[in-house]
Design a protein around this ligand. Structure first.
Ligand code: ADP
Ligand code: GLC
Length: 474
């Protein structure tokens, strides 16, 4: 089958979070199963001087703008970068700490249109697989706009929800600039509580809907996690599937991680030595006071979802319990400030790196004893899987993909610590249990080995996607 993945970010060309990891790793896994895969993404760059990779392959037009197509073969996947400087040369992908770019509706309506035009020009696809609100107009336009459908009449569509809270909801007046007819602004299509809701458009239009873990697939049907869309999702529950994300095991491999001082395999002595080397390196970089204290790491977008406020509120106690803490994150200003404040309050014990830094992320996963992910909700989460692969025990809330991937230390095959509720008390209780394990070398080695031996590769999940594509194509 010819499969096309359309998304707003992809590793190694652009990234704000796990979406880029998934769109970077699922396609090569599909190629390994014999599929032909194209990925189409915006050609994001920060200045006009940064060159976009790839060979020029003509251009497409939409909404009075043009995008040049830059095509690059990466891991046997054809990646098409849409070069449209007016929309995609920005200091960030979607937003600055104070808020979203005001033209995001047009930026991603253009993306949907230009990506479909690019696909048609490059020969079409049997399955068009779109991700998150930024690509949600893809299935919508293919189903409801005659001339768009006409360019690829046989294509089936899959829409994957990576995060239901980000919906791309705009005032209805943006529709005109997006080239969308007012006739499509109805209760059963784009309209949602008075807004033009791109995500809803995708949900009501795709042939199949998936999300990134079985637990989140169930959670989003409830008012607590449905972000208002649980009723819309209920109408599609027969075609809603939870397929757990895999990990890009080439990118995240402690045995050959170029960012580590001493890469390490699964042998217990190797793990201990490799992690100690990573800890020394990070300790210097983070200006931590030298010592043998256990280290808690956190690598995260700083958003309400991720529970960074809980960490900030609990830091005095966590430091008092004898942990050092290193946080790497960027996002909303209030969390950035809280973490900077915590660093100032605990010099040498708490380090806050407020930025996006791939290299440092690798070092933190390797150097930490515990990785903290106190998420309010988590569609899948990759950090906990990366942690386990690097011999780091995740401390997580019991939600979404975290619940599907981390087994609590109190159970057989334990690989981490699961908080039953998101409170400072639950966090300190879990950290007290973790501290006991960290000071017990035999239990620690068992839990680490169990986590490191888990198979988080994409193979099994890629097979599930192929099965779904085959059902749709018939
Ligand atoms: P989400 O997609 O909701 O942000 P995931 O756990 O699925 O959460 O994926 C997050 C990905 O982004 C991981 O690969 C993580 O290492 C990475 N990441 C998050 N914040 C940063 C940062 N500040 N610097 C580098 N990598 C980061
Ligand atoms: C989203 C979710 C995260 C998931 C990622 C990749 O950003 O917040 O849980 O792992 O997408 O699917």
């Amino acid at each position: 089958m010819r499969i096309a993945h359309l998304a707003s970010e992809v590793m190694p060309f652009s990234k704000t979070g796990g979406l880029a990891d998934v769109v970077g790793a699922l396609p090569p896994a599909l190629v390994a199963l014999g599929q032909e895969v194209t990925v189409v993404v915006p050609g994001h760059r920060t200045t006009l001087r940064d060159p976009l990779p790839g060979e020029p392959r003509g251009e497409v037009a939409a909404l009075g703008l043009t995008a040049r197509l830059n095509v690059v073969l990466h891991r046997n996947v054809r990646v098409v970068l849409l070069d449209c400087p007016a929309l995609y040369v920005r200091p960030a992908l979607y937003s600055l700490p104070d808020g979203d770019f005001p033209d995001n509706a047009v930026r991603f309506a253009f993306f949907a249109r230009a990506a479909l035009a690019a696909l048609a020009k490059l020969g079409g696809a049997d399955v068009v697989h779109a991700h998150d609100w930024q690509a949600a107009l893809v299935p919508f336009l293919l189903r409801h706009e005659g001339q768009t459908r006409f360019a690829m009449p046989a294509a089936k569509t899959v829409f994957t929800i990576h995060n239901l809270a980000y919906q791309g909801a705009f005032p209805p007046w943006v529709l005109e600039a997006c080239g969308i007819s007012r006739e499509l602004f109805t209760m059963d299509l784009l309209e949602f509580y008075g807004s033009a809701n791109f995500l809803k458009g995708g949900l009501v239009s795709a042939d199949a809907i998936t999300t990134v873990s079985p637990t989140y697939a169930r959670e989003i049907l409830t008012p607590e996690f449905g972000c208002g869309l649980q009723g819309v999702l209920a109408t599609r529950r027969d075609t809603l599937f939870g397929i757990l994300n895999g990990l890009d095991t080439e990118e995240w491999d402690p045995r050959r991680d170029p960012h580590l001082e001493l890469p390490f395999g699964e042998e217990e002595d190797d793990v201990i030595e490799g992690k100690a080397a990573a800890r020394r390196l990070l300790g210097r970089e983070a200006k931590l006071v030298a010592g043998e204290r256990p280290l808690i790491g956190m690598v995260s977008r700083l958003a309400e979802q991720k529970g960074a406020d809980l960490l900030a509120a609990s830091l005095d106690e966590i430091v008092g319990m004898g942990f050092d803490v290193v946080v790497l994150g960027a996002g909303e200003r209030r969390y950035e400030e809280a973490l900077r404040g915590a660093e100032a309050a605990h010099p040498g014990r708490v380090a806050a790196f407020i930025r996006f830094d791939e290299r440092l992320a690798h070092r933190i996963y390797a150097a930490s004893d515990l990785l903290l992910m106190p998420s309010r909700y988590e569609p899948c989460g990759l950090g906990q899987m990366i942690a386990m692969r690097y011999g780091t025990l995740p401390v997580v809330t019991c939600t979404g993909g975290l619940a599907d991937t981390v087994v609590d230390a109190g159970e057989d095959g334990g690989t981490g610590f699961v908080l039953q509720e998101l409170t400072p008390a639950a966090l300190t209780e879990a950290l007290a249990r973790a501290r006991a394990v960290l000071s017990n070398p035999v239990r620690l080695a068992t839990m680490r080995a169990t986590g490191m031996a888990r198979d988080f590769s994409w193979t099994a999940s890629a097979r599930e996607y192929v099965k779904l594509y085959e059902q749709l194509v018939g």
